[in-house]
Design a protein around this ligand. Sequence first.
Ligand code: PLP
Length: 431
Amino acid sequence: MSELLDRHRAVMPNWMPVYYGDDALEIVSGSGRRVTAADGRTYLDFFGGVLTTMIGYDVAEISDAVRRQIGTGVAHTSTLYLIRQQVELAEKIARLSGIPDARVFFTNSGTEANESALLMATNVRRSNQILAIKNSYHGRTFGTMAITGHRTWSSSSLSPFTVNWLASADRLRGRMARLSDADLIEAAVDDLREVLATVTAGDVAALIAEPIQGVGGFVAGPDGLLGAYRKVLGEHGILLIADEVQTGWGRTGDHFWGYQAHDVVPDLITFAKGIGNGFALGGVVGSATVMNAVPAISFSTFGGNPISAAAGNAVLDYVLDHDLQGNARRVGTILLDGLRALDHAIVGQVRGRGLMIGIEFVRPGTTEPDPGATLRVFDLCRAGGLLVGKGGLHGNVLRIGPPLTLTEEEAREGLTVLADAIAVADGESVF
Ligand SMILES: Cc1ncc(COP(=O)(O)O)c(C=O)c1O
């Protein structure tokens, strides 16, 4: 065990997990899609600090933009003064959002972005009733935990909202398993109608949904599901909030936003993680009517400050100038096809889109989750020089979310490590 891990454990709370147990990694430098750890080993990074290092490490365009801002001597002014970088970034996000007459509010995190969206939705609708999806993750405050449908991440039942739940679209087990896309959408819409008719009290403020559930193990409903929900929501004036904290900026390859697979435009979109490529930046974008509904002064001291906004502009320009959405689609297809071609009894499902790919591990011949095999593959990947993530309701999903700049060669290199790791774990599994 490293001396730093000892010190970490002595001073940090024990509910904040660190990967690799006693063999925890300290990343000390990075370049492109690779990081070097304190032990001198270099790893190909397929997780990007939880889908956050979206462009990669040591990217000149981003570092230069941040250095230029630091060079002015101004790291912070507060939003009491005009911030040119922030206005520019808001203009770009408003334009890209697909929402007419959009306004943008910047925050420091995805949690705070969702809190803000909920603040607006509950105010404009004068209701504290929220619909959320099981197996979701939306953050770590009381409000966002209340709408998080994942026991592992819910450490308090205190809630400012009355929350009612819709089923997740898990196709491997549970009530939606093995339904065709059309049947699933029909069942989900019936479920929504039933929830609205039976357990809500009058007007519901909003439904919040991740187009692809991130922490939940990259579970997603069929294309069109959010649009189908929206038709019913529209009958009641209920708003739709898309949590794009993981799915935004082209990561899914086919679309710039995850919601675009669903034939719908949400009322509010929340974002964070990738847009700062590591600098703390999040926010919410929505129509002026909804965004302006907050009936008191509100501001975020650090949200969209000159440094993070400079980073955000550089990141967004990079994504668009280099067509990283197209790259996510191309390179993601190599990964998805390669993983789907593997034939191992412990692999229950390979799913995903673009550079957001999940591999779910099960006991051979069943759909019973196998977190042990997942951990084994996860550790073997690290031994083979590849960093990946874990997640899913049962801790049995390997999560792959590399920087969107991943090259085809790097995708094939990572695929080889993954294939070897899965083959070893499969060989060890007891039938
Ligand atoms: C979909 C989604 N929403 C919200 C959050 C919360 O973001 P943050 O950790 O920046 O508060 C996360 C974090 O993983 C997330 O994946």
